[in-house]
Ligand binder design. Structure first.
Ligand code: 5AD
Ligand code: SF4
Length: 354
């Protein structure tokens, strides 16, 4: 089956035939093994602060959620957690927080990145040190550039939905679709390995919207994708909306992962925590659908529970995740960065063109 025609994609996304899902997953597994092999790379996720300046209608960290206990890790705590990860074989970490953009917060993050790079390169002179991914929202070109120069080399910024009208329904008017697209382009221009993604199963989201998302990922030529099901959060206004129509978040996420693997065989793609939270088989099935990245949460125990994006967010110990990945027959890619093949090719083309 070659699900490349637009009509086929719409039919697949709308289908509730399990046979269709099975065949799609089989094709995605085959495609993944042929193109990027059986490795699964780990990214240690450090959720260093749950403060956020934004008010996305779906998210538990939104500024308007006064019930949430806010925290911010100190520089020492972040660096220590990162180095612990490095010394146990994670050669990539992701530093994530709610949206930050005050000059002081950027200065803080620049220092953190510089210190992690310096210490990890010193600790293992034969390696390039820790690979650092950032996910801290919409910043200015200059701020992205400062963080790049400090040593971060990947950035995740989800578009959430590539359909401007739907984007407008799940964000306050001050948050603009166009700004997010501009940010993604700035990141790529600076040189970051750039990742985006969408939520799946949003109220009012249709197969046609998801097809548009697939086209958006291709048009923006992204290196990485992080997609997951939308899961309501009781303190976020979107949870009060009774959906007039809703695609099944779990199976539709699996289909979107598989379609992305088939359409973009050499990108890196995450089996997200949301996918694992919504179904106990989420990790196994996400890998089957072509995901090759897992992000174990390394946020210290006493803070972790407060990074509560949606209801029933799952926490699994890193060791449990490793065992699960092994038991599915994949090879763990430890002690290496695991950059997306897509990025390596993209850069080569750029150099060749010059
Ligand atoms: N359900 C699923 N994912 C969510 N996120 C935020 N709120 C939710 C939710 N209710 C995701 C968004 C965001 C990331 C930090 O978490 O996609 O980009
Ligand atoms: Fe803040 Fe991100 Fe949540 Fe929006 S999705 S409220 S920017 S943490």
């Amino acid at each position: 089956m070659k699900p490349y025609a637009e009509n086929d994609i719409i039919d697949i996304l709308n289908s509730d035939d399990l046979q269709v899902l099975q065949e799609l997953l089989q094709s995605a597994t085959k495609c993944r093994l042929e193109n990027i092999g059986d490795k699964v790379y780990l990214r240690g996720l450090i959720e260093f602060s749950n403060y956020c300046d934004r008010n996305c209608f779906y998210c538990g960290l939104r500024k308007g959620n006064r019930q949430l206990k806010r925290y911010r890790l100190s520089k020492e705590e972040i660096v220590q957690t990162a180095m612990l990860a490095f010394n146990s074989g994670y050669h990539s970490i992701c530093l994530q927080s709610g949206e930050i953009d005050s000059p002081l917060e950027i200065d803080f993050l620049v220092e953190v990145v510089e210190e992690i790079k310096e210490l990890s390169q010193k600790a293992d002179k034969d390696s390039k040190g820790l690979g650092i991914t950032l996910s801290v929202g919409e910043l200015s070109y200059h701020q992205y550039k400062r963080l790049w120069e400090a040593g971060a080399h990947r950035y995740l910024l989800r578009i959430e939905t590539s359909v401007p009208q739907l984007f407008g329904r799940i964000h306050p008017p001050s948050q603009k679709f166009e700004t997010r697209v501009e940010c993604l382009r700035a990141l790529k221009d600076i040189g970051y390995q750039t990742g985006t993604g969408v939520m799946i199963g949003l109220p009012g989201q249709t197969a046609e919207h998801l097809l548009q998302d697939l086209k958006f990922f291709q048009a923006e030529d992204v290196d990485m994708l992080g997609m997951g099901p939308y899961i309501p959060h009781r303190s976020a206004p979107l949870s009060k909306l009774s959906p007039e129509q809703q695609l099944d978040p779990y199976t539709t996420t699996l289909k979107m992962l598989a379609l992305c693997r088939l359409l973009m065989p050499d990108i890196n793609m995450v089996a997200s925590t949301a996918l694992q939270s919504i179904n106990p088989q989420g990790l196994r099935m996400g890998l089957k659908a072509g995901a090759n990245i897992v992000m174990p949460v390394l946020t210290p125990d006493d803070m972790r529970g407060n990074y509560y994006l949606y209801e029933n967010k799952l926490y699994k110990k890193p060791q449990e995740l490793v065992e699960e990945i092994n038991s599915c027959g994949y090879t763990l890619g430890l002690w290496e960065w695991g950059d997306p093949l897509h990025y390596k090719r993209r850069i080569k083309v750029k150099v060749g063109d010059a």
